[in-house]
Design a protein around this ligand. Sequence first.
Ligand SMILES: O=C(O)c1ccccc1NCC(=O)[C@H](O)[C@H](O)COP(=O)(O)O
Length: 209
Amino acid sequence: MTRTRVKICGMRSVEDALAAVEAGADALGFVFYPPSKRAIDAALCRVICQALPPFVERVGLFVDEAPEQVRKVLSIAPLSLLQFHGDENAAYCESFSLPYIKAVRMKPGTDLIALAQTYSSAQALLVDAYMPGMPGGTGLTFDWQVLPDNVGKPVILAGGLTPDNIDIAVRGVRPYAVDVSGGVESAPGKKDAALISQFVQGVLRGDAS
Ligand SMILES: O=C(O)c1ccccc1NCC(=O)[C@H](O)[C@H](O)COP(=O)(O)O
């Protein structure tokens, strides 16, 4: 059985990023959405990325951003993967010459299998909770039972995951990867090394069960 990959989102310091890598994270997320309490600028993102060891995915998150702004960030920060949380279409997502993930906020009627076809060029679909006016980082779970068995693409489970529910989530959904932000924070935008470590241990427990 393959192990569930772990992405820790909303990095804003070298200290938090290295703590996540030390705990076993495969990927780190950087939020380029100015209204977010986790927003980062490209210069700080670059500093953090340069402090990382090899083989850690550096994911840049955008919400309906102007293409020239995404390109400006990419010219400064060495991101390896993009994640789009808005109403971006596939042509837009493909246009930056980097692999990408499309985030989908789950609400009644969301057809993930159809979306996997619409975004056939995506590396994976990230499934998150839906809350009007919040494109991500809601801290809310959704009903995991609505997820189809075979989406046709790797699924990254997100939304309200914590050290307390992550083993159940991994066991129940068997996603390709999990993504967490608020569940491993001690304050808005500040990660907690102990919570990150507990979260990764919970993923391993879920994998083993
Ligand atoms: O985290 C944010 O503030 C955010 C804002 C706008 C778009 C996306 C955002 N986060 C994206 C993520 O990948 C989060 O990890 C994901 O939404 C789960 O967040 P949480 O429920 O807090 O674990």
